[in-house]
Design a protein around this ligand. Structure first.
Ligand SMILES: [Zn+2]
Length: 188
């Protein structure tokens, strides 16, 4: 962030009087431009014993498989965001069952919220952000070609819960390390 979106003045970084963190402050109009984490909402679209995955057509992780998920828009709920992302990336319609996973990624300023969802029908296809969309049984999940640690963790938790015959809410943190990402799950 370099310029003020209200008055176009060049921003400075400083700690405001009643604060304890550096913020981008506009010397022109005094606006403080707070930066906060973004919500990524998505679905685990299920059809019988299969899960719908999307092969990414965009960076980052182009060519890798993911669950449909993306940044929330203003004026929508988290469930609406998950449904919309599933429609955009996989042209798939879902009925959402429940919130399944909440993961924090503090170093990249994101919070993932993944919902369990049932595909309404098999009328799906690749959206503009996907090269291919496909249903996978657990044994066919391309574990080595998954796009993100959050997606791997979501799928691992999902299949583990399915084996136990009971789905619960999972929370965890994805922490960036020197050679990749570390996932710490907290079961609740
Ligand atoms: Zn300004």
């Amino acid at each position: 962030m370099k310029y003020c979106c209200y008055c176009s003045a060049e921003l400075i970084s400083a700690i405001p009087d009643d604060d304890n963190r550096h913020r981008y402050i506009c010397p022109g109009c005094d606006e403080i431009h707070y930066q906060n984490p973004k919500i990524v909402a998505g679905c685990i679209p299920v059809w019988e014993d299969q899960i719908l995955l999307c092969k990414r057509a965009i960076d980052p992780r182009l060519g890798y498989w993911t669950l449909p998920a993306g940044f929330m828009e203003l004026e929508e709920t988290t469930v609406e965001a998950g449904i919309r992302e599933t429609l955009e990336e996989a042209n798939a319609r879902v009925d959402v069952d429940d919130l399944f996973a909440v993961f924090s990624l503090p170093q990249v300023g994101q919070v993932y919220m993944m919902f369990r969802a049932r595909l309404v029908d098999l009328d799906f296809s690749a959206g503009v952000e996907s090269l291919e969309v496909k249903l996978f049984k657990e044994e066919d999940i391309p574990w080595d070609e998954l796009a993100f640690t959050t997606i791997r963790a979501t799928l691992q938790c999902y299949f583990e819960d399915r084996r136990q015959g009971k789905f619960s809410l999972h929370t965890g943190d994805v922490i960036k390390k020197e050679n990749g990402y570390d996932f710490t799950a907290t079961l609740v």
